[in-house]
Design a protein around this ligand. Structure first.
Ligand code: FES
Ligand code: MG
Length: 580
């Protein structure tokens, strides 16, 4: 045993390290799994936090992934203990997987703190599983490493590649516009998702995988190796080996998840054309570890950064090509060589700095990871908007928007909620033209509840039939990272929390100014005050019981990351009292 090893007091020894009644009980029941005595004698016990579920298809291959992590842990002299946590599957969970992100994070946090483990491997994939597990582990602040499940292979339709999610939005618009038949639409389903893994576009899952790597919480290349590529399983094995060393080095999340790491991640999000959801999730993770992060950091650090990665929905390719082109290490190198990686010294999970890890990373395909002189988007990043319609902010993704609409003034066509939108948008008599601004209320954290990804409202069929592809849309909802359009999202405060979005009326004029960072409703202050006062009188129908009530009572607004007010911050990993 090395000097360092001798100096580290294992947390798990508080369970397994005594010869008394307690030690007997903790060990004895574990031994019913066939664990020999010597495994309890001073080896790091490594939790494998698994979001496997057949209802989360993106994570359905995770038992195999866990087996490879275990091999690595055992090889490095640790002992693995795999445990399940709530699995947030984006595709099946209603009303939205976001409603249970915080629930999953609580599950993770309490599972870690209450159990005998010295460190944890976080098996993540589908969108919300990545932030949920990082949030929970951050609140415990023990050594942790992220292993992502990896993206699906390219989708295929009629011999051509199609991207997860993005293809659905496109095909659906084409059906509505009469460009393809319902038969062709339904025929696309199987080819769209033809292998294990997460969405293969630069949607939220891929974005959060890149964020985890940019934050330094995973080994290099974790974000992009396809789920079915054998190298994904090598990475899982190596991560298992590494987490054991992290115990001996006491390399806790708080040493990795620093302010500097978040600045790197914000810059990377711009370079990859990442999802708007990252704004919410990074804020929530930062809040747990105790790092200050403001919406304006996205303007200061991210805006103006060229988008180099040419992936759908902003660009052309998919995650498979991204990995073959060099993956995130290639992007990090390119940023660093051009003075665009803010903090090269940020520490990562393998004990090296982010720059040491990536400074020599090769780039194999400059169509996919483009040179700085020929970016996909010159001014990438996330546009943060404020104004009398969004006093606490709103976001828009310029790389997914139409340049001609980013400075726009138009007449509001208002939907009171998502049901109202669905019932009204098909109406051929709806008074709307391409210069109008579609406004949807009551889809925020409290209003939906759960802030569903309904913000990319599909356009009225009569305008689609005219060949209109984009309009300005504004809501307090989120949007899938696979979606696109000139869509203003995350308006805060949301309508249901008394935000001014709730008082917009049909015919009001709205001004959007992305360059100036403004979103304004063109009514007088007096009119605004009068309408807000009248609205405050109205009663709401928020949930009155169950988890949904806990959620609406405690969820913070989008600018605060939609965490629960009582979950923000670290609560450490002190060993709780004995159970008997
Ligand atoms: Fe799971 Fe997209 S639905 S990653
Ligand atoms: Mg998604």
């Amino acid at each position: 045993m090395s000097e360092t090893k001798k100096n580290v007091k294992l947390r798990s020894a508080e369970w397994f390290g005594t010869q008394d009644k307690n030690g007997f009980m903790y060990r004895s029941w574990m031994k019913n799994q066939g664990i020999p005595d010597h495994e309890f004698q001073g080896k790091p016990i490594i939790g494998i936090c698994n979001t496997w579920s057949e209802l989360t298809p993106c994570n359905a291959h995770f038992r195999k992934l866990a087996e490879h992590v275990k091999k690595g842990i055992i090889e490095a002299g640790g002992w693995p203990v795999e445990f399940p946590v709530f699995s947030n599957g984006e595709s099946n969970l209603r009303p939205t997987a976001m409603l249970t992100r915080n629930l999953a994070s609580m599950d993770v946090e309490e599972s870690i703190r209450g159990n005998p483990m010295d460190a944890v491997v976080l098996l993540v994939g589908c969108d919300k599983t990545t932030p949920a597990l990082l949030m929970g582990a951050a609140s415990c602040d023990i050594p942790a490493i992220v292993v992502t499940g990896g993206p699906m292979l390219n989708g295929k339709l009629n011999g051509k590649s199609i991207g997860s999610g993005t293809a659905v939005w496109q095909l659906h618009e084409q059906v509505k516009a009469g460009e393809i038949s319902m038969h062709d639409f339904l025929a696309a389903e199987a080819g769209h998702s033809r292998s294990a893994g997460t969405c293969n576009t630069m949607g939220t899952a891929s974005t959060m995988a890149c964020m985890a790597e940019a934050l330094g919480t995973s080994l290099p290349h974790n974000a992009a190796i396809p789920a079915v590529d054998a190298r994904r399983y090598v990475l899982a094995h190596m991560s298992g080996m590494r987490i054991v060393e992290m115990v001996w080095e006491d390399l806790r999340l708080s040493k990795i998840l620093t302010r500097e790491a978040f600045e790197n991640a914000i810059r990377v999000n711009a370079a990859i054309g990442g999802s708007t959801n990252a704004v919410i999730h990074l804020k929530a993770i930062a809040g747990r570890i105790g790092v200050d992060l403001e919406l304006e950091d996205w303007t200061r650090i991210g805006r103006g950064t060229p988008t180099l990665v040419d992936l759908l929905p902003s660009g052309r390719f998919l995650m498979e090509e991204f990995y073959y082109a060099g993956g995130l290490p290639g992007v990090l190198r390119r940023l660093g060589e051009n003075g665009l990686l803010p903090n090269k010294d940020a520490l990562t999970a393998n004990g090296k700095t982010i720059w040491e890890n990536n400074k020599d990373a090769p780039i194999y395909d400059e169509e996919v990871i483009r040179p700085l002189e020929n970016p996909l988007i010159k001014d990438g990043g996330i546009c943060i908007l404020r104004g009398n319609l969004a006093p606490r902010g709103a976001v828009l993704k310029p790389s997914a928007a139409s340049p001609h609409l980013m400075q726009h003034r138009g007449r509001a066509v208002v939907f009171e909620d998502f049901d109202h939108y669905k019932s009204r948008i098909m109406d051929p008599d709806l008074d709307v033209d391409e210069n109008c601004v579609l406004v949807m209320k009551n889809c925020g954290p409290k209003g939906y509840p759960g802030m569903a990804e309904v913000g990319n409202m599909g356009l009225p069929p009569k305008l689609l039939a005219k060949g209109i592809k984009d309009m300005v849309r504004i809501s307090d909802a989120r949007m899938s990272g696979t979606a696109y359009g000139t869509v203003v999202l995350h308006v805060a405060p949301e309508a249901m929390a008394g935000g001014p979005l709730g008082i917009v009326k049909d015919g009001d004029m709205i001004a959007l100014d992305c360059a100036g960072g403004r979103l304004d409703l063109e009514i007088s202050e007096e009119e605004m005050a009068a309408r807000l006062a009248a609205r405050a009188e109205q009663k709401n129908d928020l949930p009155k019981s169950g988890y949904a009530q806990l959620y609406v009572d405690h969820v913070l607004q989008a600018d605060q990351g939609c965490d629960f007010d009582f979950l923000v911050g670290q609560r450490g990993s002190a060993v709780p009292k004995h159970s008997h």
